[in-house]
Design a protein around this ligand. Structure first.
Ligand code: ZN
Length: 134
Protein backbone atom coordinates (compact mmCIF):
# COMPACT_ATOMS: atom_id res chain seq x y z
CA UNK A 1 0.00 0.00 0.00
CA UNK A 2 1.15 3.51 -0.80
CA UNK A 3 0.42 5.58 2.29
CA UNK A 4 1.22 9.21 1.49
CA UNK A 5 3.71 11.64 -0.01
CA UNK A 6 6.80 11.05 2.13
CA UNK A 7 8.73 14.02 0.78
CA UNK A 8 9.45 16.20 -2.22
CA UNK A 9 13.09 16.21 -3.32
CA UNK A 10 14.53 19.54 -4.43
CA UNK A 11 17.87 19.52 -6.27
CA UNK A 12 20.12 22.37 -5.13
CA UNK A 13 23.67 23.31 -6.00
CA UNK A 14 24.37 24.27 -2.39
CA UNK A 15 22.48 23.27 0.75
CA UNK A 16 24.33 26.01 2.64
CA UNK A 17 22.89 28.58 0.23
CA UNK A 18 19.37 27.10 -0.11
CA UNK A 19 18.58 25.90 3.39
CA UNK A 20 18.20 29.38 4.95
CA UNK A 21 15.74 30.30 2.17
CA UNK A 22 13.58 27.22 2.77
CA UNK A 23 13.78 27.62 6.56
CA UNK A 24 12.63 31.21 6.24
CA UNK A 25 9.93 30.29 3.73
CA UNK A 26 8.49 27.47 5.84
CA UNK A 27 9.17 29.00 9.26
CA UNK A 28 10.82 25.73 10.33
CA UNK A 29 14.35 24.48 10.94
CA UNK A 30 15.96 21.49 9.31
CA UNK A 31 15.73 18.40 11.56
CA UNK A 32 18.37 16.31 9.87
CA UNK A 33 21.26 16.59 7.42
CA UNK A 34 22.91 13.45 6.14
CA UNK A 35 25.36 12.29 3.47
CA UNK A 36 24.36 9.20 1.47
CA UNK A 37 27.71 7.95 0.17
CA UNK A 38 26.22 5.37 -2.21
CA UNK A 39 24.19 8.05 -4.02
CA UNK A 40 26.90 10.75 -3.82
CA UNK A 41 24.49 13.19 -2.22
CA UNK A 42 24.11 15.34 0.85
CA UNK A 43 20.56 15.82 2.07
CA UNK A 44 18.76 18.16 4.46
CA UNK A 45 15.20 17.52 5.66
CA UNK A 46 12.59 19.97 6.86
CA UNK A 47 9.38 18.46 8.27
CA UNK A 48 6.14 19.89 6.95
CA UNK A 49 3.06 18.34 8.53
CA UNK A 50 3.02 14.66 7.59
CA UNK A 51 5.49 15.23 4.76
CA UNK A 52 8.95 16.67 4.31
CA UNK A 53 10.99 18.77 1.96
CA UNK A 54 14.36 17.16 1.13
CA UNK A 55 17.09 19.40 -0.25
CA UNK A 56 19.61 17.31 -2.20
CA UNK A 57 23.10 18.44 -3.15
CA UNK A 58 25.74 16.53 -5.16
CA UNK A 59 28.88 15.56 -3.26
CA UNK A 60 30.83 14.93 -6.49
CA UNK A 61 30.43 14.86 -10.28
CA UNK A 62 29.36 11.18 -10.28
CA UNK A 63 26.22 12.16 -8.38
CA UNK A 64 22.82 11.88 -10.11
CA UNK A 65 22.18 15.40 -8.77
CA UNK A 66 25.28 16.75 -10.55
CA UNK A 67 24.00 15.17 -13.78
CA UNK A 68 20.54 16.63 -13.19
CA UNK A 69 21.92 20.13 -12.57
CA UNK A 70 24.04 19.93 -15.72
CA UNK A 71 20.77 19.76 -17.68
CA UNK A 72 18.24 21.50 -15.43
CA UNK A 73 17.92 24.43 -13.09
CA UNK A 74 17.75 23.93 -9.35
CA UNK A 75 14.28 22.91 -8.26
CA UNK A 76 11.86 20.03 -8.10
CA UNK A 77 13.68 16.71 -8.59
CA UNK A 78 11.61 13.78 -7.28
CA UNK A 79 8.40 12.74 -5.58
CA UNK A 80 8.87 10.23 -2.75
CA UNK A 81 6.03 7.92 -1.75
CA UNK A 82 5.80 6.31 1.65
CA UNK A 83 5.03 2.61 1.21
CA UNK A 84 4.22 -0.08 3.74
CA UNK A 85 6.11 -2.92 2.06
CA UNK A 86 8.70 -1.87 -0.50
CA UNK A 87 9.36 -5.38 -1.91
CA UNK A 88 5.63 -5.80 -2.54
CA UNK A 89 5.36 -2.38 -4.26
CA UNK A 90 8.43 -3.07 -6.43
CA UNK A 91 6.93 -6.34 -7.67
CA UNK A 92 3.45 -4.81 -8.06
CA UNK A 93 4.81 -1.89 -10.10
CA UNK A 94 6.98 -4.20 -12.26
CA UNK A 95 3.88 -6.26 -13.03
CA UNK A 96 2.10 -3.01 -13.95
CA UNK A 97 4.84 -2.37 -16.51
CA UNK A 98 6.98 0.20 -14.71
CA UNK A 99 10.77 0.12 -14.95
CA UNK A 100 12.71 0.28 -11.70
CA UNK A 101 16.17 1.85 -11.38
CA UNK A 102 16.63 -0.29 -8.25
CA UNK A 103 15.03 -3.73 -8.51
CA UNK A 104 15.76 -4.34 -4.86
CA UNK A 105 15.65 -1.77 -2.06
CA UNK A 106 18.79 0.04 -0.94
CA UNK A 107 19.58 2.14 2.10
CA UNK A 108 18.55 5.78 1.74
CA UNK A 109 18.66 8.87 3.93
CA UNK A 110 16.51 9.37 7.04
CA UNK A 111 16.16 5.68 8.06
CA UNK A 112 14.55 4.55 4.84
CA UNK A 113 14.87 1.68 2.40
CA UNK A 114 14.39 3.16 -1.02
CA UNK A 115 14.01 2.34 -4.72
CA UNK A 116 13.61 4.71 -7.66
CA UNK A 117 11.36 4.19 -10.67
CA UNK A 118 12.85 5.04 -14.03
CA UNK A 119 11.40 8.28 -15.43
CA UNK A 120 11.03 6.69 -18.88
CA UNK A 121 8.12 4.65 -17.52
CA UNK A 122 6.50 7.49 -15.51
CA UNK A 123 6.04 10.19 -18.13
CA UNK A 124 9.35 11.80 -17.16
CA UNK A 125 8.68 11.97 -13.46
CA UNK A 126 11.32 10.65 -11.03
CA UNK A 127 9.58 8.68 -8.28
CA UNK A 128 11.15 7.27 -5.12
CA UNK A 129 9.57 4.55 -3.02
CA UNK A 130 10.44 4.77 0.70
CA UNK A 131 9.84 2.32 3.49
CA UNK A 132 10.56 3.47 7.01
CA UNK A 133 13.06 1.23 8.84
CA UNK A 134 11.94 0.61 12.40
ZN1 ZN B 1 14.26 11.57 -1.67
Amino acid sequence: MIKKIEHLGIAVSSIDASLPIFEKLLGKKMYKSEVVESEHVKTAFIALGDSKIELVEATNQASPIAKFLNKNKEGFHHLALDVEDIEYEISRLKKEGFTLIHESPKDGADNKRIAFLHPKSTNGMLIELCEEVH
